[in-house]
Design a protein around this ligand. Sequence first.
Ligand SMILES: [Zn+2]
Length: 176
Amino acid sequence: MKPVLMIHEFKEDFLNLPLEDYILTFDDGLFTQYIFFNEIKKIKTKKYFFISSGIICPEDVNQNDEYIPCAKAHRKAFLGDFTNYMKWSQINEINNTENCVIGCHSHFHMRKTAGCVECIILDNQKMFSEFNKNLKYMPDSFCFPYNYDTPLYKEILYKKGFINFFGKDRIDIFNL
Ligand SMILES: [Zn+2]
């Protein structure tokens, strides 16, 4: 199996890397990933896009196509500005593309979720309801927010039907 590459914000330079040698994982649903999607989808390898269902740009809002580091985009989102993120229509387009898989990346993308059972349960409820409503089914792949994969969080997700897990054992594209 190919090594797994972890990608957050996407920049054009990445297209010069031998990306087809890796399984590609795109975290957070950042709009920069969609901007380059026409190029990304031509790369002959499996691609996972991990979406936080609570961090989505509304359909009627204009997105911001500037490059932005993922931590900064998150800070804006936590204040209610989702313009650096994809819309469900774009996520569905990716989902209908060959070799592209949509996975879950929690609902709130909270740091404390991993160690708090109540937080996991609440987050899962929101995540299930949003994915079922907007994607019409539940993915079976999950990527841990901030890569905090605890055995408890994993066990709860496993019982909910998730079978593919992604976390800190991936290679960060910035370390290539
Ligand atoms: Zn993330």
